[in-house]
Design a protein. Structure first.
Length: 349
């Protein structure tokens, strides 16, 4: 425990300057955006700026895992780190906790500063819901943070890790959309307009839990918000409608929580098992190119000829993906099989 405490404190100290700079930057953005949202005109006057807080949380739950784990992608750094008198799982835990503490500090400074501003400059928000939103948003942020820690950890280089993180943001959306499309065109059931389809559509991207939580609390906090009109001039409250839909499907938070817990466990296990010799090598994890390339390509190919030029475009991207994956044209038989299956999917769709 003593070795863990020393290393943990070391991580906090070594990242303190970075945390300070990012916190000041996020604070400047927040205190510029929030007053603008609540005072520029009648419509934005009734916005409490929750989207600004959510955006800051999303960004740093994505970036900090990369910054915190990047040293483990360099073999020279690894030789030094692994020579320290601390077990690997304690080292992994120290980086995990240190990174999320950085997120908390950055997010909290912006959030509470904006909350104080709202309290002292407005009287038309239900600010009693701000604390519950803050606490719940941190929990949801922890889920997203854990997912990015695991995903980035599957790569052997920083570049591959960044690519993995970007592609995983929407991979569930890409796959589910193509599956729903295929069910709709091959059956009499038009699932694209079903309640199940709407639920999946609203919860299948990495950032959807944070977005949906924010919309729910916008409905509670922005009590005097502007009520707009749709294209048919009906009196319509879009925030209320979306918040109602998200509350009715709030069980999806549980599914994302399960994914977050699984990602945390996966991160710790893979950190302990991965050897230093893999740093800088081809990233061959099943959670990397092996899944991501066919997932995106097959989803595009599943639209068949209806995709037109897009199918050609995605075919090109698939080939480029394998060039990046294999660092050239030294492909394996399995790569050619995956490409061949993609062609078959395109022809029969």
């Amino acid at each position: 425990m003593k070795s863990f405490n020393k290393y943990f404190v070391y991580r906090l100290k070594s990242s303190a300057l970075r945390t300070f700079i990012l916190a000041i930057l996020s604070l400047a953005i927040t205190m510029t955006a929030v007053p603008t949202e609540i005072s520029s005109d009648l419509v934005s006057r009734h916005k409490a700026g929750l989207t600004v807080y959510a955006l800051i949380l999303m960004v740093f739950c994505s970036i900090i895992p990369i910054l915190e784990s990047a040293p483990f992608k360099d073999r020279r750094n690894l030789d030094t780190l692994y020579s320290l008198p601390i077990t690997r799982w304690k080292m992994a835990l120290a980086h995990y906790l240190s990174g999320f503490i950085q997120v908390i500090v950055i997010y909290s400074l912006s959030f509470f500063s904006a909350w104080i501003y709202l309290k002292t400059h407005t009287d038309y928000f239900s600010l009693e819901y701000m604390l519950p939103y803050y606490l719940l948003s941190l929990l949801v942020g922890l889920v997203i943070y854990s997912l990015f820690m695991f995903i980035f950890g599957q790569a052997n280089t920083v570049a591959d890790g960044v690519i993995f993180c970007v592609l995983w943001i929407s991979v569930f959306s890409i796959i589910s959309t193509s599956i729903i499309h295929q069910i709709s065109i091959h059956t009499l059931y038009d699932i694209e307009y079903s309640d199940l389809s709407y639920t999946i559509e609203n919860w299948n991207r990495m950032y959807d839990p944070i977005n949906n939580l924010t919309v729910i609390f916008e409905d509670l906090i922005e009590t005097n918000r502007y009520i707009g009109y749709d294209y048919y001039d009906y009196y319509y409250d879009y925030t209320f409608q979306n918040a109602t839909e998200y509350r009715e499907t709030a069980y999806m938070f549980g599914i994302w929580a399960f994914l977050g817990i699984s990602a945390t466990i996966g991160y710790l296990i893979s950190f302990v098992k991965k050897g230093a010799e893999k740093a800088g090598e081809i990233s061959d994890s099943w959670f990397g190119y092996k899944i991501l390339i066919p997932a995106y390509a097959y989803s595009a190919f599943s639209y068949g000829n209806s995709g037109g030029i897009l199918s050609v475009f995605f075919s090109t991207l698939m080939i480029i993906g394998y060039i990046v994956y294999r660092r050239g044209f030294k492909w394996k038989i399995s790569d050619y099989i995956v490409i061949g299956v993609g062609v078959v999917i395109f022809l029969i769709s």
